[in-house]
Write a protein of this length. Structure first.
Length: 287
């Protein structure tokens, strides 16, 4: 059987008791390491789990999944995913390959905490979130703005938008590849400030008010850990905010933000007086 096990958001202790029991008895244990990362390193995980871990990078999962599934129709294999397997990160394709395998491989999923639910720590109601969008690192020649239309659709309905921020793990250096060498760039993790700045940049081009400077937003970092950070303010304020180490996410507040949500979120505001002023002018009574 292939067990797809969610590890939660913070450290080695977030795994469920059921998940830990399976990890300790499985024939092989893979750690998916390209869509998200825990706040602890591989050695700390291995020490707590009492097992060695095989790192499953993007190339292995997408192109060499047969290595992961080998023998899984007879023995137990564990595939570990940061967060929840089928929430912010989806591994439906891997599960489908198990169905199509000859002979078929049984699967079992063990869920865990996800950013999609943990973001409720901001005080914003999970019932009031619309489509989740992703923000990638802009480059000199590539500034994709497809997120803007999805945020706009949420905004029309007065809904909050969770923005998942880009991470780059084991990304090949294109210049080195052109010289025939395989070299990987250092890991990079987008910050709330970078995300807010890119949203403002696209707003300057589109001019529809979807991501304006005075739009209220909430930045989060390391949710579920002992040093989690939550900072609220306008997009302009968050573009200058420092929330420290990864992982970061951002929520753009919908116009229907309820008074109870405002009362909770304002405690995290960079400038509480300004936050209150903007909320009363642009959000209060819109629900």
């Amino acid at each position: 059987m292939l067990y797809i096990i969610g590890l939660g958001l913070a450290d080695e202790r977030d795994v469920s008791v059921k998940g830990l029991e399976i990890i300790r008895q499985a024939e092989r244990v893979y750690l998916e390491a390209y869509t998200a990362v825990l706040l602890v390193d591989q050695q700390q995980l291995e020490s707590y789990y009492g097992r060695s871990l095989i790192i499953a990078d993007r190339e292995m999962v997408e192109s060499r999944s047969d290595e992961i599934l080998a023998g899984a129709h007879e023995k137990d294999v564990a595939f570990l995913v940061v967060g929840d397997p089928f929430s912010a990160t989806t591994h439906t394709d891997l599960a489908l390959r198990c169905r199509q395998h000859d002979p078929p491989i049984r699967t079992r999923t063990l869920p865990n905490a996800s950013i999609l639910t943990a973001v409720g720590a901001t005080g914003l109601s999970l019932y009031s979130f619309g489509q989740t969008v992703s923000m990638v690192f802009f480059t000199e020649s590539w500034r994709p703005a497809s997120f803007y239309d999805r945020v706009g659709e949420n905004a029309e309905l007065g809904l909050h938008t969770l923005v998942l921020l880009d991470i780059k793990v084991k990304e090949p250096d294109l210049k080195a590849m052109a010289r025939g060498k395989i070299v990987y760039e250092p890991p990079r993790f987008m910050t709330v400030a970078q995300c807010a700045s890119q949203m403002l940049e696209v707003e300057e081009d589109r001019q529809q008010g979807v991501c304006g400077k005075e739009r209220l937003a909430v930045g989060v970092a390391r949710l579920g850990s002992e040093d989690e950070r939550i900072v609220a303010g306008t997009l302009e304020e968050l573009a200058g905010a420092d929330l420290g180490a990864p992982l970061h996410s951002l929520v753009l507040c919908g116009r229907k933000m309820h008074e109870m949500e405002w009362e909770y979120v304002r405690e995290f505001a960079v400038d509480r007086e300004k936050f209150d002023r903007v909320w009363r002018a642009e959000y209060a009574g819109k629900g």
